[in-house]
Design a binder for this molecule. Structure first.
Ligand SMILES: [Zn+2]
Length: 286
């Protein structure tokens, strides 16, 4: 551990290659878009690998042209989002979207949930064979909120990292921060004498669920992405087949947006944060 700390300065002064491994098109923008933009801006090589093309997504009504397949549209959106975020390479692992846990699509033989773990690891190895990867980002063990493809990204990415001796980060949702934002919104709702928004009530319930994201005390890194928020928002909006132009992700005022999405949260599973230690502000820092 101390050796790694001693090497920190050298490590930080060099350009790193960082892989962001995601489950579906739009996950990259929504959950790690700011960090990707910041790292690319700092000169690091940022690679995006997406496990599926999001076949099971619900397209915004009327958005697809006649005969256009959702997965083709979503692939284009991902390429575009990658450009906005400064990504050097966008790759797809080639599995099918598994859909939600209780749907029959999770039994599809080509879906990511059904994938043989070592076969999936081999595909990733093959994509990254000419790269000198320093760090790979996957989801936390529950995939943030329990989606089978997100859980599978965690498993496959972790195994790949172990086999290749590459450092690992989990992107997660900060359950406590979300609860604070929701509580504030509910308070504002009540103060304004309005009836409680059912969406807010749902969010409040979700943010108190122990399987949703992680507790702030378990999080090691908080990346402030406010300086690249425009890029993040543009990348999110690029996924127009999923995120309607009147969705709050697109319409929220900049101030509210930066309060809700101005930080991206990560865990270094190998270097937990001490009780007195502050959250680390650079993803490359151990
Ligand atoms: Zn997803």
């Amino acid at each position: 551990m101390w050796n790694l700390y001693a090497n920190q300065e050298r490590w930080l002064s060099e350009m790193a290659t960082v892989v962001f491994f995601h489950a579906h098109p739009d996950d990259e923008a929504l959950s790690t878009g700011g960090t990707m933009a910041l790292m690319a801006e700092a000169g690091h090589r940022v690679i995006l690998v997406v496990a599926t093309r999001g076949e099971e997504g619900e397209p915004v009504e009327g958005i697809l042209k006649d005969g256009e397949k959702l997965e083709d549209r979503r692939s284009l959106e991902t390429e575009q989002s990658g450009k906005i975020l400064g990504v050097s390479r966008v790759e797809f692992l080639g599995y099918r979207d598994s859909g939600m846990i209780d749907s029959s699509t999770t039994a599809h033989p080509e879906c990511f949930w059904q994938a043989d773990e070592s076969a999936a690891v081999s595909r990733l190895t093959n994509i990254l064979k000419d790269e000198k990867v320093d760090l790979i980002v996957v989801y936390d063990p529950n995939g943030g909120y329990g989606h089978p493809d997100h859980i599978q990204v965690h498993r496959v990415g972790t195994k790949w990292a172990e086999e290749n001796g590459v450092r690992l980060r989990w992107v997660t949702l900060n359950r406590d921060a979300i609860r604070r934002v929701v509580e504030e919104a509910i308070k504002a709702n009540i103060e304004a004498g309005q009836e409680l928004d059912s969406d807010l009530a749902k969010r409040e319930e979700r943010s108190s669920d122990e399987s949703f994201g992680m507790a702030e005390s378990d999080i090691t890194h908080a990346i402030d992405v406010v300086s690249v928020l425009d890029q993040k928002r543009q990348a999110v909006a690029t996924h127009a087949s999923q995120i309607a132009s009147d969705s709050f992700f697109v319409t929220l005022g900049n101030e509210e947006y930066s309060r809700a999405f101005g930080k991206e949260w990560y865990v270094d599973p190998n270097f937990p944060r001490g009780t007195e230690e502050l959250l680390r502000t650079d993803l490359l820092l151990n």
